[in-house]
Design a protein around this ligand. Structure first.
Ligand SMILES: [Zn+2]
Length: 481
């Protein structure tokens, strides 16, 4: 029998606020353990939470961008459970009335629409650091720096039908959250993590099968592998006449499999009830409108527009909008300032990207500070007009970056203009021919590639200033007679 997988995701994203959700403690990552805490986030008796407006604002940005309906009133609730890294004995979350409901995200390059059930605000717990393997030396340390860091949880409908869909959704969602500056997308540091609900059902059956929840998938690859494993496991259980039990499972990356963590019967009863120390969260339509106006164009829409407007390939549009948020605007400004789109995209994905790699930064502003798009477009135009060669332009770019001078000033000062004049080049051509008689012989005996070598030698001798087309012509004339 054939089975169809049914997958829903729950994604926790840390909001990029300076301070925690209910107190003024810093949220910065990497501080020494237990240096970012206060009576509120350590859960001391009598301390009262005060909601951080910036956290709500970021939650709203995500909600609006994902097409959700923002609820005019939402309620914070206590989710009660015991764990050493949760000093209050409860987590403040939202339960019955979340921040937003009913959005969706269309998977890129497809018409698969994934429903978003809800987005709610909550605080993170602290972190348990385990050490040692033997019972005799096993220790657990607690770090409360993360306790009270603001999160949104995004819950999807069970609309995905394969691990590839689930991965595509997580990739697209991450890109949106990063573009919105809601989340830093850093899965290694745990600021974005995913739980997956997965079940399978016989083809043609509309009722859902029994699901398992796989927790804490902190990379795209782990999500895909854990789902593949879980789908195969459930398939095997059902095919051999067994039944899947509802349970929570953990992904063991080392063993490349999921393992049972607890069954439904063992699942904690969180005894949710409204948080008595926080009033209902009321959001006006004016606030939602203000947030809506501040939401930038989303990456997928930018890609479609760049392809239609500038004739970029799918690949180019993807590269220029991914990883570095400032690259696409820089490219567009190059074109607005007179560089042809074809050359502008090559420069953006070529020299600009190389420079950012050299500087080990994703901040396009680092380049913008030294070379404005206006200024770089003038360099590109010099190449387009044939005033300088592409090779020389790369050196000029480097000098512009270091010295902050204009392209024209550097070309003028260093005498870099391309040499088109056949008379000016004929001496160098003769010299190269006499020094490389063997290459000339090879060319004559039919090795056409030898000509490229000779052109290269002339270019080298002129520090890249010779016009390669003129050199090519001169060499042919000299050799062929
Ligand atoms: Zn605090």
């Amino acid at each position: 029998m054939e089975f169809e997988p049914v997958i829903g995701l729950e994604i926790h994203a840390q909001l990029l606020t300076q301070t925690k959700i209910f107190c003024g403690c810093s949220t910065s990552f990497g501080a020494p353990a237990n240096t970012q805490g206060c009576p509120v986030c350590l859960g001391l008796p009598g301390a009262l939470p005060v909601l951080n407006r910036a956290a709500v604002e970021l939650g709203l940005r995500a909600a609006v961008a994902l097409g959700c309906r923002v609820e005019s009133t939402s309620i914070f609730a206590r989710k009660n459970y015991f764990y050493p890294d949760l000093p209050k004995g409860y987590q403040i979350s939202q339960y019955e009335l979340p921040l937003a409901t009913g959005g969706h995200l269309t998977l890129p390059d497809s018409d698969i629409d994934i429903g978003i059930t809800r987005i709610h605000l909550e605080e993170d717990a602290g972190k348990s650091v385990h050490e040692g393997y033997l019972d005799s030396d096993r220790k657990t340390y607690l770090d409360f720096n993360r306790s009270g860091v603001p999160l949104i949880e995004i819950v999807t409908e069970p609309d995905m039908r394969s691990s590839a869909d689930a991965k595509a959704f997580f990739v697209a969602l991450r890109e949106i959250l990063v573009a919105l500056a809601v989340n830093d997308g850093n899965m290694e540091e745990g600021s974005l993590r995913c739980d997956a609900n997965v079940s399978i059902r016989p083809d043609g059956q509309s009722a859902l099968g029994v699901k398992a929840e796989v927790k804490n998938l902190n990379s795209f690859r782990f999500l895909e592998r854990a789902l593949d494993h879980e789908i195969a496991r459930q398939h095997e259980v059902l095919s051999s006449g067994g039944r899947v039990i509802q349970e929570t499972r953990l992904w063991d990356a080392g063993a490349d499999r999921t393992a049972a963590m607890r069954s439904k019967e063992e699942a904690p009863d969180y005894r949710y009830f409204p948080e008595p120390d926080l009033p209902p969260l009321r959001i006006t339509e004016a606030w939602v409108d203000e947030v809506r106006r501040s939401v930038p164009e989303l990456p997928a829409a930018t890609r479609d527009r760049l392809r239609a407007k500038y004739g970029l390939t799918r690949d180019q549009a993807e590269q220029v909008t991914q990883i570095r948020p400032g690259l696409a605007p820089y490219f567009e400004e190059l074109v607005e300032a007179s560089a042809p789109a074809r050359a502008a995209i090559n420069w953006t994905l070529g020299e600009l990207t190389r420079k950012l790699n050299d500087e080990q930064t994703d901040e396009v502003g680092v380049i913008r500070e030294r070379i404005s798009p206006e200024s770089l477009s003038r360099l590109i135009v010099l190449v387009e007009r044939g005033t300088i060669s592409g090779t020389v332009a790369k050196d000029v770019f480097e000098k512009m970056y270091v010295e902050g001078e204009s392209a024209e000033a550097i070309v003028e000062r260093d005498g870099l203009a391309q040499i088109d004049d056949a008379n000016a080049l004929s001496g160098t051509v003769r010299e190269v021919l006499s020094q490389h008689a063997d290459a000339v012989e090879q060319y004559r005996s039919g090795k056409r590639g030898a000509l490229g070598f000779l052109v290269g030698q002339v270019m080298k001798a002129t520090q890249g200033k010779a016009n390669p087309k003129v050199v090519d012509k001169l060499l042919r004339e000299a050799i062929d007679g």
